[in-house]
Design a protein around this ligand. Structure first.
Ligand code: PHB
Length: 365
């Protein structure tokens, strides 16, 4: 661990950890979870979103659901944005509610790229990506599932405009009262489409070599660092997750390189989706990926309390993020501490809808 990210007491899930001047009271992190419950039109955070996040303020840190940096970045109905004044106001109310409960909230900055559909985009535009390679599968549109379309490869001269959208979103995030930001470079969305060679066949300075494939992420990071202290910035990667039909010919080498490039900057944390998000299978050596990076390592995917305690005790992670467990257990830290039973998540209410399956999971009596 680097300066500014030191553990302060005995190292277990319930010991504090510092990201610069921000102290997390524990290492039980709420993972980003798409819930499709922003108010439409406008994709604006609303009162039930504030209630949901405030219920989970006991987390060491909450990472928001993926949040598009611009109207062009969207890929699903009713996901929130962080680009309009209404959205900034909506998020400010969410942050006020979380802070009133003593919590901390980072916003996850998202651009979907080819995982979108003309139905969702301004002027029914064609989605963009690193290269014109269509993903297998279907987009979630307002009218239900529709097959993905072939994306348009971004021109080199368009890339500064993409970076600008992140720069603006980082400013909006500060105005909205967030405690920090996480750059979403995982799970087959735009930044990941540049990182992995299955989707990046470019021959300009954003394709080919590892340095070139990593360039867009590094430019986005620099833009975000114009507004945020490095310790308030995390980056999420998913080296071998095939979700959204993405792959790389040598993920160990690719992501050893990526995390090395992210090192030495005093960033708050590296957030790693370990293995295949759906099956849990994994084959990479995550210790190598971690060793390239000098900040805190946040492990994700398939952890329960016992496995999280083990990975922290063994020095393989500094924090662990929980998705479905946090979705269903607003007081997850208290339940872990008490070894209490956990509520089971209801997949039927994960995406979209109202308070049911959102703010009505009970806390311990
Ligand atoms: C999803 O909506 O399925 C989704 C969004 C963001 C992710 C992963 C999955 O990082």
């Amino acid at each position: 661990m680097s300066a500014g990210t030191e553990a302060t007491t005995k190292t277990d899930l319930f010991s504090p950890i510092s990201l610069g001047d921000l102290t997390l009271p524990n290492r039980v992190i709420m993972a980003p979870l798409t819930r499709n419950r922003a108010a439409m039109p406008g994709n604006v955070p609303q009162a039930m979103n504030a209630t949901y996040y405030a219920q989970r303020a006991g987390a060491g840190l909450i990472i928001s659901e993926a949040t598009q940096v611009s109207p062009e970045g969207i890929g699903y109905p009713a996901t929130p944005g962080i680009h309009s004044e209404e959205q900034v106001q909506g998020w400010r109310a969410v942050n006020d509610a979380v802070h009133a409960q003593g919590g901390r909230l980072f916003v996850q900055l998202w651009y979907c790229g080819r995982i979108s559909h003309p139905d969702l985009l301004p002027d029914n535009r064609q989605p963009v990506s690193a290269s014109a390679i269509k993903p297998d599968g279907d987009a979630f549109t307002y009218e239900g599932l529709k097959p993905f379309v072939e994306p348009r490869a971004l021109r080199t001269d368009e890339i500064p405009g993409i970076v600008d959208q992140y720069r603006q979103a980082a400013v909006c995030a500060r105005d909205a009262g967030f405690d920090g930001v996480e750059i979403h470079a995982a799970n087959g969305y735009l930044l990941d489409q540049f990182l992995r060679d299955g989707t990046n066949r470019r021959d300009d300075r954003y394709g080919g070599s590892l340095e070139n494939r990593t360039r867009l992420l590094m430019e986005v990071l620099s833009a975000v660092l114009e507004t945020w202290e490095p310790a308030r910035v995390g980056v999420r990667i998913s080296p071998e997750n095939p979700y959204n039909d993405i792959h790389d010919s040598d993920p160990q080498a690719t992501f050893n390189y990526v995390t090395g490039a992210l090192g030495g900057k005093g960033l708050g944390y590296l957030h790693v989706v370990e293995g295949d998000m759906m099956s849990g299978e994994r084959s990479l050596d995550y210790r190598q990926i971690r060793d390239q990076f000098d900040g805190c390592y946040m492990a994700n995917t398939g952890y329960d309390k016992a496995r999280a305690q083990a990975v922290i005790a063994g020095g393989d992670a500094d924090m662990v993020s929980f998705g479905q467990l946090y979705l269903a257990n607003p007081d997850l830290v208290a339940r872990f501490k008490a070894d209490a039973e956990l509520n089971a998540p209801d997949p039927d209410t994960f995406y979209g809808g109202d308070e049911t399956g959102y703010t009505d999971y009970p806390a311990l009596a």
